[in-house]
Design a protein around this ligand. Sequence first.
Ligand SMILES: [Zn+2]
Length: 228
Amino acid sequence: MKIEGPWDTEQYSALARELLDLRMLWLPENSRSVPPPKAIWFRHDVEVSCLAAMEMADLEHALGIRASYFFCVESPFLKGQPEALDRAINHIAAMGHGCHPHPILERGEEIAMAQTKARDSADRFGLDDRIMTLHAPNHSDVAPLAQLDRCEIVYRMVIEESFAYHSDSMHRFRWGWPDAIDPRPMQLLTHPIWWSDGRKLGQCVEEAAGRGVSYGTLQQFLPKLLVS
Ligand SMILES: [Zn+2]
C-alpha cells in the first residue's frame, strides 16, 4: 500500500494495520532490549505540537498499539508551556505509551551533555530516560550518538542496519515506503504533526510568533522542514 494524496490519521491507521498484520508489536523496555525479527516498534518524535501527539496517541490506543513518544521539551515550539506538556505527557502515558526525552544537541556541543539534558527533562516532566533520542539537526554523523548507552537501541541498530528504519518528513518517508515483508525488525519513526490536520503546522508557527519566537529560530531548529 502506498499513500496517495494528503496524509491524515486515516492513512496512518491503514499503514499501522497493514504492518500489524505481518509483524509483532514491540516496545523496548530499555536501550539494550533486543527486538525479535518480525517486530514493529512505533516511535514518534514530538517537537511541534502536543495536540497532534495526543491525537496520534488516541488513534494508536484505539488500534491496540503501544508506542514510544520522545518529547523535545526545549523545542522553540513547546518551550515555556509546561502545562500543555504536562497534560500531553500524562494523557499519553495513561494509555500505556512510553514517554521519553528527546533533548537538543547543539552544534559543537559535547554528546554527554545530551544525557544531562535528558535527565533534566525527565525530572521536570516525569519522562522515562532509560531510553532517549537526540534532536541533532546539525549532526550529519549518527555514529557518535550511538555511543550514548541510552540511545543504543535507536542509533546502534540503525547504523548496523539490523533494524529496517523508516522516518517520515514533510509527508513522505525519507528512505522509501515501510516494507512490511522486510525480514528485519522495523523501527517506524513518525512525527505526529505530519499526520494531523494540515493547518496545524502553520498554526504552531503563528502561535510561536505570538510568544516572540522568530521564524528564523524555528527554521534553525527544523532546517529540513521549514524553508524560507
Ligand atoms: Zn527531533
